[in-house]
Design a protein around this ligand. Structure first.
Ligand SMILES: Cc1cc2nc3c(=O)[nH]c(=O)nc-3n(C[C@H](O)[C@H](O)[C@H](O)COP(=O)(O)O)c2cc1C
Length: 145
């Protein structure tokens, strides 16, 4: 599943490119924007997902509040044996992805690949690379026992 929030659309563009790449590898993807999905429903989706990709813009040197809330609930639920991946968009400091990776690590999940942080709006080349990264993630998910 891909769970994310966005202020101006950059993080959602990243999310949709990753989804495109995963689907090229025939991985079924559950997309959950935190603006339109209740956190309890999103947590239920986590239980049925093998890999959780979490995306957040950086806001005021940290994570976006809705994604922070999601991580707080995730730390309570503590689902085991998942693959995790962090992504986000930032302007200067870009601290959000570090916060996501810390939670993934503390849950003992497999870190699929190093996080992706895109400065502001991803351009065409970056979107293409993100799709390729989605495919790579898809292959890793298929191999992962
Ligand atoms: C109110 C506000 C605060 C921000 N604070 C930071 C910050 O502390 N560090 C940073 O790297 N970017 C910061 N940004 C820049 C955003 O992370 C950047 O515009 C990003 O592309 C937004 O992604 P989105 O379109 O998915 O919302 C801030 C943006 C806004 C609107």
């Amino acid at each position: 599943m891909i769970v994310y929030d966005t202020m101006w659309g950059s993080t959602s563009k990243i999310a949709y490119s990753l989804q495109g790449g995963l689907e090229r590898e025939d991985i079924p993807v559950t997309m959950r924007a935190l603006k339109t999905n209740h956190i309890s429903d999103v947590l239920t989706d986590v239980l049925f997902s093998k890999a959780i990709l979490v995306g957040s813009p950086t806001l005021n040197n940290g994570i976006f509040p809705t994604v922070g809330a999601f991580l707080t609930y995730l730390k309570g639920l503590r689902p085991k044996k998942r693959m995790g991946f962090a992504f986000g968009s930032y302007g200067w400091g870009g601290q959000a992805i570090g916060e996501i990776e810390t939670v993934i690590r503390n849950l003992g999940w497999e870190m699929a690949l190093p996080a992706i942080n895109i400065q502001y709006l991803p351009d065409e080349e970056e979107l293409d690379n993100l799709k390729k990264m989605g495919q790579k993630l898809g292959r890793l998910i298929k191999q992962w026992k």
